[in-house]
Write a protein that binds this ligand. Structure first.
Ligand SMILES: Nc1ncnc2c1ncn2[C@@H]1O[C@H](COP(=O)(O)OP(=O)(O)OP(=O)(O)O)[C@@H](O)[C@H]1O
Ligand SMILES: [Mg+2]
Length: 492
């Protein structure tokens, strides 16, 4: 049973050893502040903290990660004497478990298994690596283009996804290094990076670094490491993530956010395949596959002088470009993805296997939507629908495309704050007018608005629009003007 990565905050070798039992990728920190930097950079599955830190400091640590929207479980490792007296204080501080010393293997095993099952509902979808994981993925039905796609949990049969899968296979089988993946937010860049890694060197570490999460100085020392005394506060040698990645993969997420001077240093690593720690003199060989991703147009970034053009050309050898869901060439994946998320979601354990499909109208409304948050947003919509649905089929009324516009889900204070200015209000009015204008002929009203009947039904229900709603006279005149804008739910 293995997690993708663990951050261990302890000077005790036995705690670090315990962490290594559960993950090939263990990052060690002496202090909680240092651990925070690691957590933000690698987004680990678990943080193990030595009980030498007080419950109060651990609470602070957990609060800070929460404030940065990182939800990472924390387990406190007690000492060998098994002082159970204070375990409650740590749990009250927010830790999800307390071990009776570093040999409390079975307790940690239980926690790890819970984390693994919850990781799917948290939105982390680890690439299946064990034969049974692969079997489960393949058994998930007809969602995958081929065995390879199934083995990396990449749903889709559209031309665009077939193309991406072909590229993934070609790149994984080649020595192409670096690799570039571009696509809008939520299109699956990290999933593709994990897929290339799983196909190329599954038994080596996969290290993901979010380049936007750290300042220039911290990022440099995180990536390359530093030697003791190289700057104030560097009180011991630090291993960088390039070294941690070993012969595996280092995934540089949001590469365009990397500061220019660090871009120059990265270019040197790509050209010479060696790097030096901050303050170090020794050249260290970089054996890792470097995968960079961006949701921006790299070419425009170079034209705006925010990204080095030499680095761009070095990265842009065989880019994998992921099409957004709203593109016609990806639309057929929407239904497949929706059904896949319905089948594999663990968000509501007591409904598992009980909701088996989506109604035609529900599917139509999904097909109509623009999906600014792409696959991640679709997954959220389906999970929200599972929570709401009371029958065996996801119906239109359970599909809430924008939770901020749903009175049941939004908090009253926020809704009140924007009264008079919200997009929801404008949309409601526009729909009311279209219905009024067409005498509540829904097909006509929908065509006037440029949406399907299914979406119109959903909106009427969502906004509780009823016949006879008041509309000011001048607004009606304004409405008769040609070129009525197409109503679209707001991104969230
Ligand atoms: N083709 C797909 N099949 C199954 N799941 C997918 C697919 N594409 C994306 N996902 C899922 O959608 C979610 C978002 O994907 P991912 O994190 O890889 O996107 P991203 O492009 O890295 O987004 P961002 O730019 O916001 O970081 C993940 O849960 C991922 O597993
Ligand atoms: Mg990502």
């Amino acid at each position: 049973m293995s997690l993708r990565s663990i951050v261990a905050v302890s000077k005790r070798d036995e705690v670090q050893r315990l962490a290594r039992e559960f993950s090939r990728k263990v990052l060690v920190a002496d202090e909680l502040a240092e651990a925070l930097g690691l957590v933000e950079t690698v987004n680990p599955d678990l943080v193990l903290i030595d009980r030498g830190f007080s419950p109060c400091r651990i609470r602070e640590f957990i609060d800070t990660t929460d404030n940065h929207s990182i939800s990472v479980p924390v387990v406190v490792v007690g000492d060998e004497e098994g002082d159970t007296g204070s375990s409650e204080d740590f749990i009250n501080a927010g830790a999800c478990g307390f071990l009776q010393g570093s040999r409390d293997y079975s307790r940690l095993e239980q926690i790890v298994s819970r984390i693994k099952s919850e990781s799917v509902s948290r939105g982390r979808h680890p690439v299946p690596r064990t034969p049974s994981d692969k079997r489960r993925a393949t058994e998930s039905g007809d969602f995958f283009a081929d065995d390879c796609a199934a083995s990396v949990s990449m749903v889709g049969r559209s031309k665009a996804i077939l193309n991406s899968i072909k590229m993934i296979k070609i790149i994984a089988a080649s020595r192409c290094n670096p690799v570039l993946i571009v696509g809008e937010t939520g299109t699956g860049k990290e999933l593709v990076a994990e897929a290339i890694h799983a196909l190329r060197h599954p038994n080596e570490p996969f290290v993901a670094v979010n380049c936007a999460a750290l300042t220039a100085n911290l990022l440099e020392s995180e990536l390359f490491g530093h030697v003791k005394g190289s700057f104030t506060g560097a009180d011991r040698d630090k291993t960088g993530l390039f070294e941690v990645a070993g012969a595996g993969t280092i995934f540089l997420d949001e590469i365009t956010e990397m500061p220019m001077d660090l871009q120059a240093k990265l270019l040197r690593v790509l050209q010479e395949k060696t790097f030096r720690k901050v303050g170090g003199l020794k050249n260290i060989v970089c054996r890792a596959t470097i995968i960079a991703s961006s949701n921006r147009n790299l070419k425009s970034e170079t034209q705006a002088n925010r990204f080095r053009s030499d680095l761009y050309y070095r990265l842009n050898v065989a880019p994998i470009i992921l099409a957004p869901l709203r593109f016609p060439e990806r639309r057929e994946d929407i239904r497949l993805l929706a059904e896949y998320f319905l089948k594999t979601s663990t968000i509501c354990p007591h409904k598992e296997g009980k909701i088996t499909s989506l109604t035609k109208l529900a599917v139509e409304s999904l097909m109509e939507y623009d999906w600014p948050g792409n696959v991640r947003e679709l997954r959220n919509v389906i999970e929200r629908a599972i929570l709401r649905e009371t029958t065996g089929k996801i119906g239109l009324s359970s599909i809430i495309l924008d939770p901020a516009e749903c009175s049941e889900l939004s908090d009253g204070s926020r809704a009140g704050q924007f009264t008079g200015y919200s997009l929801a209000k404008a949309e409601r009015e526009l729909i009311s007018r279209a219905l009024q204008k067409t005498g509540w002929q829904k097909t006509q009203a929908a065509s006037l608005l440029g949406i399907t009947r299914a979406t119109l039904y959903a909106k009427v229900k969502q906004y509780k629009i009823e016949k006879g709603s008041y509309i000011a006279k001048e607004e009606q005149n304004e409405f008769s003007a040609p070129g009525l804008p197409r109503a679209m739910p707001a991104p969230y």
